[in-house]
Design a protein around this ligand. Sequence first.
Ligand SMILES: [Zn+2]
Length: 75
Amino acid sequence: MLFILIASILGYAYYLKDKNQELAKIEQGFCPKCKHNTIELVDIKGGGCSPKIMTYVCSSCGYENSFSKDSNCSI
Ligand SMILES: [Zn+2]
């Protein structure tokens, strides 16, 4: 039971790390899948004091992913 819990936490941490690497590539203007500079920001939800959800699409290979970014709202 404990093993399953640890494995799922590690899996989630790995997933987050993977997602951060994808976002880093996208912010440089490259698609993480096909490496072309055809990545486009197609949608932003939220903003202000709520987390932003940004959806990126690659027009070369059809890659699509959404990333949430914490708000930088100072309280
Ligand atoms: Zn692509």
